[in-house]
Design a protein around this ligand. Structure first.
Ligand SMILES: Cc1cc2nc3c(=O)[nH]c(=O)nc-3n(C[C@H](O)[C@H](O)[C@H](O)COP(=O)(O)OP(=O)(O)OC[C@H]3O[C@@H](n4cnc5c(N)ncnc54)[C@H](O)[C@@H]3O)c2cc1C
Length: 159
């Protein structure tokens, strides 16, 4: 029955209700296969990792981060909001509830530096953090602090 075929019930009245029992043995959903998102290499073994945070969701920042990673042969990882929102696969989430990485060099772009994130970076790598907030906690974890909008920093690095 189409919706437009139904007459709305008067307030306080009772509309006719059609109960449909779907065939429990059949499924309308057919899985055609699974597509693996390109993770640009495993973050477990990577010597250089580029981590994207929530700030990377703006503009084309994440595209630039992936381009930088490709240019320097790094793996792309990220914070939990990036995984929760489908920008990276869960296995590329760094942190307490994600993956622990041990790179030699780690870039972070638009990551605030919550302990649940930094817990996922072991081995005392060189950390280069880019954040537009000069008070971001990531700067007390980083070896190099770049206080700037990531877009312009990425443009410069890609040149
Ligand atoms: C039990 C538990 C487990 C958790 N496990 C994890 C985990 O495994 N991994 C994890 O990451 N988090 C985890 N979290 C979440 C964690 O607490 C933080 O919420 C999360 O790490 C924040 O991610 P973020 O830094 O990307 O985002 P935000 O905290 O929102 O920070 C975004 C940052 O981007 C900066 N920014 C925005 N735009 C720009 C721009 N254009 N240029 C430069 N900088 C910009 C902002 O200044 C800000 O500092 C967990 C939380 C709980 C409670």
């Amino acid at each position: 029955m189409k919706t437009e075929d139904c007459e709305p019930a008067e307030a306080g009245g009772s509309a006719p209700v059609t109960v449909i029992h779907p065939d429990a043995g059949a499924s309308a959903i057919q899985v055609q296969g699974f597509e693996k998102i390109d993770t640009a290499g495993s973050i477990h073994d990577a010597e250089v990792v580029v981590c994207a945070g929530r700030g990377a969701m703006e503009d084309d920042n994440f595209e630039k981060i992936k381009a930088l990673a490709a240019k320097i042969d790094a793996s792309v990882a990220g914070s939990r909001p990036m995984a929760d929102n489908g920008w990276i696969p869960f296995e590329n989430q760094v942190g307490q509830s994600g993956t622990v990485i041990r790179p030699k060099v780690c870039f972070t772009f638009g990551i605030s530096g919550a302990i649940q994130f930094t817990e996922g970076i072991k081995g005392d790598p060189m950390v280069i953090a880019v954040n537009k907030d000069p008070h971001a906690a990531i700067f007390s974890f980083a070896d190099y602090a770049v206080v700037s909008d990531m877009g312009s920093v990425l443009d410069a690095l890609l040149k």
